[in-house]
Design a protein around this ligand. Sequence first.
Ligand code: 26V
Length: 816
Amino acid sequence: MALAPVQAPEPTVDGFVTQYLRNLNNGRGVALSTSTANDRYFALAATVRDYLMARWLEDVRRQRTMQSKGVAYLSAEYLLGRQLDNNLLATGLTDIAAEALVACGLDLEDVRALEVEPGLGNGGLGRLAACFIDSLATLGVPSIGYGIRYEYGIFRQTFVDGQQVEQADSWLALGSPWEFPHPEAAQTISFGGHTETYDDEGVTRTRWEPSWNVLAVPYNYMVPGYHNGRVNTLRLWSAQATKGFDLRVFNAGDYQEAVRAQTYAENISKVLYPEDSTPQGKELRLQQQYFFVAASISDFVNLILPSDFDMTHLPERVIFQLNDTHPVIGVPELMRVLVDERKLEWDAAWQITQQCFAYTCHTLLPEALEVWSADLLGRLLPRHLEIIYRINDEFLEQVRERFAGDADRVQRMSIISPDGSVRMAFLATVAGSKVNGVAELHSQLLREKVLPDFDEFFPGKFTNVTNGVTPRRFVRLANPGLSRLITDTIGAGWLTDLDRLRELEDYADDAEFRSAFRAVKAANKRVLARTLAERDGLTVADDHLLDVMVKRLHEYKRQTLKLLHIITEYDAIASGRVTADQVTPRTFVFGAKAAPGYAMAKRIIHLINAVGSVVNDDPRVEGRLKVLFPPNYNVTLAERVVPAADLSEQISLAGKEASGTGNMKFALNGALTIGTDDGANVEIRELVGDDNFFLFGMAEPEVADLQSRGYHPIDFVRADENLSRALELISSGAFSGGDTSVFEPVVTNLTHHDPFMALADYTDYIAAQKRVDALYADQDAWTRAAILNVARCGFFSSDRSMRDYIDRIWHTPPIV
Ligand code: 26V
């Protein structure tokens, strides 16, 4: 008999029902009548999987046998969001599934609500990785995503008396129907010990004698392309103790120690670090990084490539894309594999390695660039430290040759800093074939301010790829109403060719289209209102301007500036200078998690909640200003908030936000942006036009100028009475029941040593908000501008980002 792979079930309602009941009975061991909600969700997920399986197996087989080059995306984070809806959409089965469930007496809405999103990322960087793998599958690029299967993802945020309290995110408590574990294919990953040299038929080689090992168990996830029958793989690694290690200790009679060792090993993939942008140099984090990178490189080199593969041809088969510095330890790891294991000459190995890596930088904050102490590296990865030293020695030798006598430059460019630690961004830059920033401004500042010596030394190495977002999740799934309107107006096809949104420009002046567009926005607000009512017991008025700021809480993002605007509006009413009916009715929505150790960020969260309580409860406001702060902002909530928003707040200090990707999601869903000239805001404004964007604040050169002249916040307080009143309200205890101490640190920070100069942009921000009010008063003009935002932001599809990576960095043709 022919051993053909499985066939997909019939894509009909009957076929779906049959397969669904089979999965419920055989997979879950329950009858429909005795099933739990979780059983019904698992069976549905399994059924969708069944439709993807044959394609997946075929694509995996092809990627192993083909001779062409593929991308291995290395990322410590993937902020995936829920999978069910996305996979139904990709397969085109949404309607069939809905009908099939009705036939079973069930409701798709109810069943899909059971899915817990895998929060395996902190914010923009992790969500970007998720958008990229979606686009790679949709474009049909041979690729695999590698990362860590954290047992606990980003913490669940709750508020107690307005203050953030973190809870463990046990997303796997009920299991996940989307993963395929392969314990039999585990890789052994080593740590510690020492190195020694030995004679190998006249050649001196180095051997690493590690002191302990863990197992890296792969879990595979399907990554379906949109309507193209392609399914790529995301492979996340989970740490497990090796048997041998426990046994040795166990035989020595110390059972407790054996169990402790096991726990130690399994800790490696236990929890996602919730800090974004302030690396802490923690040993466990370095273990996580090496763990997943070593497993991934070995997986590709030893398992995906044929066993007799000639490593000198490696660059023709793979490019390892480094998502920030987190996977950069892969550079010395590949060198170790090539030199110590495959016995290549150092120079040949270095040639190969340099072609096999490329590095994306996602920040400009100097404190966010990772460094590892030589001490820690030497203890955990002694061979890698040696390799890094040699890479550095040879590199600095070249620098000395090119710039004889310039000792200063040599020190500036050294991968090893004067205090002896390893600068991972420098290592990535020296090793990578390309280095890219994530928006035009960011890439420019990266070249000019962060790594200018390297830009001079490696002409042509630096490039830009502006970020993007997947329109499948963030337009089609999140905003079905707008999607329908677009398709009815310009036809299908835009979802995989987002530039076609341009065709909507003509309709901005069409009154009928504008009213349909407005109706969609109103419906989305009602959906959000229902979500927030059910989820958090919050009420959203449907006649308010919805003004949204959702992103991680960080001083550089300046949630405080948004707060000062709210307080100023409130103060105008509370002091009797205006009556409530003279302000534009607005609902301010915040979503933000603070890193658990970031005290100032947590205090700002407390302040937002405190201001919310006072403003929301003051009868003089007559409900015309509302502050809502639903806890635990995540991808699932983003999918409700973004389509409902009128105004998108992108107000970071110019030069600090590398790109932002929320800004793109809002613009594509017809919100107008109020923003500084920062990150991708710059490109959004260029595309949508000045009339359709509320620009305010200092541009980056002005920021630099003010910094060099000396920033004196008090000057700005003195110059603007509204600002001094708003600050005084906080100081006076108006939002803390008269207690003047609670928020004093926030005010002191803003007025004395705020590196992000929030007060310098206040006056201009308020002026820009007045322009918002004015335009909003003219609903036709506002809607026109919103439509033009949608029409002109097709550039921000992550499909375009992926094409840019392919053209500028990877040179990996899609397979058709
Ligand atoms: C750094 C660290 C340091 C160690 C602890 C864990 C951790 C986790 C993440 C990071 C990365 C910080 C950089 C980052 O997230 N950058 C954001 O990347 C987005 C995608 O390119 C971009 O849109 C945002 O502007 C940028 O802040």
